[in-house]
Design a protein around this ligand. Structure first.
Ligand code: COA
Length: 258
């Protein structure tokens, strides 16, 4: 259990809220485990017919807690202690409808988890960033496959390689997410969508989602990405990236051989 993830079931909707606003909802290992377990519980609980994911504070999430990455990069912790996969695998296996409400910043896994949500409503001024390369690692959550599949290789490469933010309006226009709304409306729209989905014939909805998503293929991509991600975390490039984050400076990769 962690106080940083709030989980409530009302009116057949499991409402999951990332609640670590003082750290921009950066995801800790405990949060990944709680998130993954909640999604797994949603899957088997007949009272849950839709899942709504949102956040407290001014950000959706700043992504993986950088301190965890840094601990692996410096050898202080083993990658085996990481529990990210509990969350990612639950996302890939999920068959109930997931709705996401994104306000403010969505960084890294904050964007890649959206590729596993079925309805993604974002604030027009939300900022979606996938800075994996900037951090000297690689995309995860099967996003190396799912994002190009959704928006094409050219735009996906732009997102991954430059790691620059994309606003919510653009993300909706190119089909990365479902729709963009004024920030104040996003949560209400997402809740309405979750309730509407909860009222649909659950069997037909789940069968449709299963037909549209190749769970086994996504798990295979996640396994491949995870292997490379783990290797990358132990590179000199990653050590420099995380040191620079901690020291609040721009990393200098110029003297490091790839
Ligand atoms: N992991 C751990 N802590 C994080 C974090 C993360 N991913 N993102 C933000 N925080 C923390 C900051 O260290 C800061 O903590 P402090 O107040 O104890 O110093 C607090 O959250 C607020 O963040 P701050 O950087 O002051 O806010 P900002 O508005 O200037 O910038 C971000 C917000 C998200 C742009 C910036 O924090 C950032 O780049 N974070 C890293 C995002 C990232 O690379 N995630 C990994 C993706 S794979």
């Amino acid at each position: 259990m962690t106080e940083h993830l709030k989980i409530v079931v009302t009116d057949h909707v499991m409402h999951i809220t990332m609640a670590r606003p003082e750290k921009k909802n950066a995801l800790t290992q405990a949060m990944y485990v709680a998130f993954g377990e909640a999604l797994t519980r949603a899957e088997s609980d007949p009272a849950v017919r839709a899942v709504l994911i949102d956040s407290e504070g001014d950000s959706f999430t700043a992504g993986n807690d950088i301190a965890d990455f840094a601990a692996i990069a410096t050898g202080a912790r083993s990658r085996d202690e990481m529990r990210t996969h509990v969350f990612l695998e639950a996302l890939a296996r999920g068959t109930k409808p997931y709705v996401a409400a994104v306000n403010g910043l969505a960084v890294g896994v904050g964007v890649t988890m959206l590729m596993h949500c079925d309805v993604t409503y974002v604030a027009e001024d939300a900022r979606l960033t996938t800075p994996f390369v900037n951090l000297a690692v690689v995309p995860e959550a099967a996003s190396s496959w799912l994002i190009p599949a959704r928006i094409g290789y050219a735009r996906a490469f732009q997102l991954f390689a430059f790691g620059e933010p994309m606003d919510g309006k653009t993300a909706a226009a190119i089909g990365l997410v479902t729709a963009a709304f004024p920030a104040a409306e996003v949560r209400a729209k997402a809740l309405a969508a979750a309730k509407a989905l909860a009222a649909k014939p659950a069997g037909a909805l789940q069968a449709t989602k299963k037909l549209m998503r190749d769970s086994a293929a996504m798990l295979a991509v996640m396994a491949r990405e995870g292997e490379v991600f783990g290797q990358r975390l132990r590179t000199a490039e990653a050590a420099e990236a995380f040191r620079a984050f901690a020291e609040r400076r721009t990393p200098d990769f110029s003297k490091i051989q790839g």
